[in-house]
Design a protein around this ligand. Structure first.
Ligand SMILES: Cc1cc2nc3c(=O)[nH]c(=O)nc-3n(C[C@H](O)[C@H](O)[C@H](O)COP(=O)(O)OP(=O)(O)OC[C@H]3O[C@@H](n4cnc5c(N)ncnc54)[C@H](O)[C@@H]3O)c2cc1C
Length: 498
């Protein structure tokens, strides 16, 4: 068996040196993505996941050439886009040496087709979302896929995590946008597919996504912004449901619970409360819970709903007028355009420095994406509040509405004094939140997917029909588990992670 040194020598001889990262510090940066839990990891933990090499190919031939080399040296192969995933899907395995195929140099727009129906754009998968939108909007178009991480995530990463953007109530998730994919399997064979279901959420385990043809839409303005306040969350939810069920799909619809509105809310990101004060709150969740409960009972703290309608929609006037009638029927009070406008302006402010700051100060924070049908949302929210809010700061908002339901987006933050106790609290609350959502009938892989963070709950999270199709394709495309081997479904003997 050749040694790892021999493997690297082979690689140096066969791959362009200026796109091969071997420096230890450069490689260490690829031991993490944006999964908050990994911010706890010590240098040793990160070293145990550091890839042997990072390759930055320019074309599919370069990828095809390294696959037999990786197999010959028993190395795992991980495709990576922007590294913005929040569940650890791009993190290399501990049990096996790995190489990263960093796709961000394969970032060209290949073809813009405005004559076809529907119009489309074909891109290499390592293109960052911000670059794609800039080019499209200059021509008066958009993909309509606009995650908060637009500027730090790639087209390939969107597909591999089944991403959902901030305009999804109108445009759907990334799956609704993809028309065709060009992919590469473990044998280095490429294929162009129009049936792509199994690739959505595949986390790089089926092979590499090389190119994507995406549906595009006219990019329109002006927009109509409105903000509403409701007595409580059930009333706000009923109003949103009535709007969606009437067949109207606003460009943006967001519902903030009173705590999220107060601490992180759209009008005051990163919060009207100074950040230093957050640390005190996080250490005393019961105070915060009592204050919030009191404020909610007195109706001083109320949920907020934002709507944005676009001029080009045929439903523009009809939509916003209809929203006004329905929201008033459910007791909504019109606040004017202010908060919705501010949200729009700040929609790509990421706040990851805030997350890192929390961890540096011995606190934690993480987010969970749980999709549920209308009937389940209100009671799920109440149960989560009852179980978690006295133990951590719990913020919630709803987005990604469809006529069937919506995604409840939770932010958990807390501290328990010592590092060890805080880490235990984090894990316990994460487990409680996930299991409460699953028990409440929600799907917990809505748009952040699975990664390492949710792997113990994968069976409850993924759709059984998706699992069936995915596993059949996995057997065809990567039976020897060359690609990202510790993600999604692990062989039974591998046990549970973490
Ligand atoms: C502040 C912040 C805000 C965010 N907001 C949103 C949001 O609004 N909506 C949302 O959906 N997500 C959001 N995310 C999460 C993240 O941006 C998405 O999951 C995104 O789709 C990841 O894309 P990426 O290019 O960074 O992928 P990476 O993190 O690099 O990789 C993610 C997974 O995709 C695989 N992969 C990447 N490229 C390829 C490829 N070419 N071929 C095969 N597999 C590949 C990797 O192996 C990995 O398993 C946010 C993240 C942050 C940090």
């Amino acid at each position: 068996m050749p040694t790892l040194d021999e493997a690297i020598e082979d690689l140096k001889a066969g791959f362009p040196r200026d796109r091969l990262l071997l420096d230890p510090e450069q490689r260490l940066a690829y031991a993490q993505d944006r999964w908050p839990y990994a911010l706890w990891w010590t240098k040793e933990e990160r070293l145990s996941r550091t890839p042997l090499a990072v390759l930055q190919p320019l074309c599919e031939e370069e990828i095809a050439r390294i696959l037999p080399w990786a197999r010959a040296h028993s190395l795992a192969v991980l495709f990576r886009g922007g590294g913005s995933g929040v569940c650890g899907a791009a993190i290399p395995p501990k049990e096996k040496n790995s190489v990263i195929v960093d796709m961000t140099r394969m970032n060209r727009i290949l073809h813009l087709d405005l004559e076809e129906d529907p119009p489309s754009v074909t891109v290499q998968s390592g293109l960052l979302g911000g670059e794609l939108e800039k080019a499209l909007q200059a021509r008066g178009y958009t993909t309509g896929h606009s995650p908060a991480s637009l500027h730090i995530s790639t087209v390939g990463g969107w597909i591999a995590t089944r991403s959902c953007g901030q305009l999804s109530t109108r445009y759907g998730n990334i799956g609704a946008t993809v028309l065709e994919l060009k992919v590469i399997d473990a044998e280095g064979k490429t294929q162009t597919l129009s049936q792509v279901e199994e690739w959505l959420g595949s986390e790089g385990t089926l092979g590499g996504i090389l190119e994507a043809r995406l549906r595009i839409f006219p990019w329109a303005a002006p927009r109509r912004f409105q903000s509403w306040e409701f007595k409580d969350l059930p009333a706000a939810l009923s109003a949103c449901r009535a709007l969606l069920e009437s067949g109207i799909l606003p460009l943006v619809l967001r519902l903030y619970d009173p705590a999220d509105r107060l601490i992180l809310g759209p009008a005051q990101k990163p919060g009207i409360l100074p950040e230093a004060f957050h640390g005190i709150l996080l250490r005393h969740p019961t105070w915060m819970d009592r204050a919030l409960t009191w404020g909610e009972k007195k109706s001083w703290l109320k949920p907020l709903v934002l709507t944005i309608f676009e001029d080009s929609e045929r439903s523009f006037l009809k939509g916003s007028a209809r929203a006004e009638i329905l929201f008033k029927t459910w007791g909504g009070k019109l606040l004017g355009p202010g908060p919705a406008r501010i949200w729009w302006k700040k929609r790509y402010d990421l706040g990851f420095e805030i997350v890192e700051g929390y961890f540096r100060r011995g606190c934690f924070t993480d987010t969970l994406d749980a999709w549920a049908e209308w009937e389940k949302l209100s009671s799920l929210y109440q149960t989560l509040k009852a179980r978690l809010r006295s133990r951590c700061l719990l913020l919630a908002h709803l987005a990604h509405f469809t006529p069937q339901g919506a995604c409840l987006y939770l932010t958990l933050a807390g501290s328990a004094g010592s590092f060890q106790k805080t880490r235990e609290l984090y894990r316990e609350l994460w487990r409680m939140a996930l299991e409460t959502c699953i028990e409440g009938g929600a799907k917990v892989n809505h748009h952040h997917n699975i990664g390492l963070a949710k792997q113990p709950w994968i069976e409850e999270a993924v759709d059984p029909e998706w699992k069936r199709i995915y596993l059949a394709k996995k057997m065809e495309r990567d039976p020897s588990r060359l690609f990202n081997p510790d993600k999604l479904f692990r062989p039974p003997e591998a046990g549970r992670l973490r």
